[in-house]
Design a protein around this ligand. Structure first.
Ligand code: FES
Length: 77
C-alpha cells in the first residue's frame, strides 16, 4: 500500500528501510524521500517508525521540506 503518494513509496519499502537501519522519520526522508513534498504522509510514517524503531523522534521536531520550493515554502511540524 502506498504511504507516500507523492514519492510513490509503499509501507513495505518503509518497513524494509527501518529493518535495514533507518531509525527515524528524518532518515526515511533522506533515504526514500518520503514526507518531503506535501507532508500529508508524515503521521502514517511516524506510526511505522514508532512500531519498528526504538529511536523515533517526536513529530514536533521533524521538518518537512517541500522539494519543489525548498527555500521559500518550508513547513515545520
Ligand atoms: S504523500 Fe508523502 S510527501 Fe506527499
Amino acid at each position: 500500500m502506498y504511504v507516500c503518494v507523492c514519492k510513490q513509496i509503499t509501507d513495505k519499502q518503509i518497513i524494509d528501510a527501518l529493518e535495514n537501519g533507518a531509525q527515524n522519520v528524518i532518515e526515511l526522508q533522506e533515504q526514500l524521500g518520503v514526507a518531503t513534498d506535501c507532508g500529508s504522509c508524515i503521521d502514517c510514517i511516524n506510526e511505522l517508525v514508532c512500531e519498528y524503531s526504538e529511536h523515533s523522534i517526536p513529530i514536533e521536531n521533524i521538518k518537512i521540506i517541500n522539494s519543489a520550493n525548498s527555500k521559500s515554502n518550508q513547513r515545520f511540524w
